[in-house]
Write a protein that binds this ligand. Structure first.
Ligand code: ZN
Length: 151
């Protein structure tokens, strides 16, 4: 790796950290739904993270989504970024994104390059932090349970 590659990689890391902090400070789709079809709360005792996810469904299509919670930047940013990808999509389609995201967090570099993950790719560095993987996956665990419990 040349010194300029090093710098590019450092710039990318800084960009990703900015994106994670932006979602942590200004979470998207935060709040609660008046007519939720599914509500799931998940906790990550390793870090103290809590996520409550609510879905409004039309058949198996997500019509609206809100989340509430507290915890570390990784857990809250993952939830915020995740909610951006859900509206108007089917449970099957969402299941595919969830599987890709999980593979990325577990270190699969092909998954980390998958454009379908959008801003979630900013969390690819979590693959190198095994003790933080449950933080990144917490909202997704709530999502999977919400879709399954409704279906
Ligand atoms: Zn955490």
């Amino acid at each position: 790796m040349s010194p300029s590659d090093d710098r590019r990689s450092a710039d990318l890391t800084a960009l990703y950290q900015d994106l994670i902090l932006d979602h942590y400070r200004r979470p998207r789709n935060r709040g609660s739904l008046e007519h939720a079809d599914a509500t799931v709360t998940k906790k990550n005792p390793l870090c103290g993270d809590v996520i409550t996810l609510q879905l409004e469904l039309d058949g198996d299509t997500v019509r609206d989504v809100k989340f509430a919670g507290e915890g570390c930047a990784i857990s809250q940013a993952s939830a915020s970024m995740m909610t951006q990808l859900l509206k108007g999509r089917s449970a099957q389609d969402i299941g595919h994104v969830a599987a890709t995201f999980t593979r990325m967090i577990e270190g699969d570099s092909t998954a980390a390059a998958d454009a379908s993950l959008g801003e979630l790719r900013a969390l690819s560095g979590v693959a190198r932090l095994p003790q933080r993987q449950q933080c990144a996956l917490l909202a997704w665990s709530a999502l999977t349970q919400a879709l399954v419990s409704h279906g």
